[in-house]
Each structure stands twice: as C-alpha cells, then as structure tokens.
Design a protein around this ligand. Sequence first.
Ligand code: ATP
Ligand code: MG
Length: 236
Amino acid sequence: TVSFDKTRKAFGAHEVLKGITLDVADGEFMILVGPSGCGKSTLLRMLAGLEQSTGGDIRIDGRSVIGVSPKDRDIAMVFQTYALYPHMSVADNMGFSLRLAKAPKSVADGKIRAAADMLDLTQLLDRYPRQLSGGQRQRVAMGRAIVRDPKVFLFDEPLSNLDAKLRVQMRAEIKALHQRLRTTSIYVTHDQVEAMTMADRIVVMNGGRVEQVGSPLDLYDNPANLFVAGFIGSPA
Ligand code: ATP
Ligand code: MG
C-alpha cells in the first residue's frame, strides 16, 4: 500500500500540495486527473523521491520513505518523453538500471528477454531509439521500468505524445500488462476516456488538494461537487 498522509509541498512561498491524504492499495491501478498545475506530477515526483516534501508523510507498506534515496524506494517511473538514452541500444536502455545495480549479466539478460517478450520488443533489441516509432519507444520505456520489478509503477502522461490510434492501442497494452503483473500503479492523464476506461479508482485533484476519490462509476454517478462533475463530464 502507498499512503500519502497530509503530504505537503511548497516551492518557496508557493504551496503546490496542500495536504494530500490518499491510499493506493496493492495491485490497484489508480489514475490522477486534474487541471494543469494542480500538482499531479509533483505528487508522483515526491513518491519517487525526486522532490523533497515540506510536510506530512509518505509510506510504502507502512514504512515512511521520507529521506530514503530514490534508488532505494523500489519505484519505477515512465514519462511522457520516454527519456531513452539515444546512444544505447534497446537492450542496453532496458538493462541500464540493472547494470547500475550490479546485477549479474545472466540475470539482467534474462529479465530483459522476459520484458521484451511481454512488450513485443524481441526483434528490436539491437536497434537504437532513433530507429523506433513513438509506440515502440514508449514500450522500451515501459520495459526499462518492468525489468526492475518495482513495487510501484508511476506513469506521467505516458501516451500524450502518441497519435489517437496508437494511444488507444497502448491503453489496452498497459492494462493487459497490469493484469499480468498486478503491480501497484499510479497514472497521470489529461484524457478523460483514458481515466474512465483504465482506472480501478480515479483521484480528482484541484489546486493542490484531492476533490474526490472513487471508481469511475462512483465519480460519474455521484460527483462530490460541480468541479468533479465538470471534470468527469457527468451531468451534475
Ligand atoms: P500538468 O498537468 O500541466 O503536467 P501538474 O498537475 O503535473 O500539471 P505540477 O507539475 O505538479 O503540475 O506543478 C504544480 C505547480 O508547481 C505548478 O504551479 C508549477 O509551476 C509548480 N512547480 C513545479 N515544479 C516546480 C519547481 N521545481 N519550482 C517551482 N515551482 C514548481
Ligand atoms: Mg504534470
């Protein structure tokens, strides 16, 4: 379980997260939505340890991660811009974190092969990022996360650079992967359809606070307020 407990973040005088309290259950696919600037990426980055918190607690399985270095948090993040290393092959991109962690080569190769198999990348392992399509690059970015076998996946608008058709296909691939691995996932998107079709539960954020948490149907049928209704697109 991932627990945010009155989590706060200020950049100087600007308070971006104003006390976020939220539990994400083991194996859950949780989607974060909310207007630009409401603090979604900041919340993910704090869980990943890429931003210091300025108040409250964040726990994974009951243990506070405040002060724990990013590499010891057992979290893998997939970004909108993939952030692949251009000078490394697909296999080397996927195995980079394992090399850093000094995993034996045979173990690393096995994990890379297994992830490539899951993501349909087996034929592409020797290619370089510039030789891949957008969807293929996104799959490599996911492969890089999967090989680490993390406790939590964080996705920050992973599909927003893809065209509409590919986005629909990748949604299905990510859901299938989640059904297979059951890794706790927190996924940020601007796309209502993505949120409604992929989420176990949706968190609606606004101005650094949580407006409502619930299943897609809950939010649609019983929006807590006009903001949620407007955001989810249901009649209030
Ligand atoms: P978007 O949907 O546009 O990605 P978001 O919900 O992910 O928005 P964040 O990136 O979390 O929003 O940013 C929340 C607020 O924090 C914004 O007002 C942003 O300008 C501010 N912010 C983020 N990072 C920093 C930083 N390093 N220094 C100062 N302000 C920051
Ligand atoms: Mg963001």
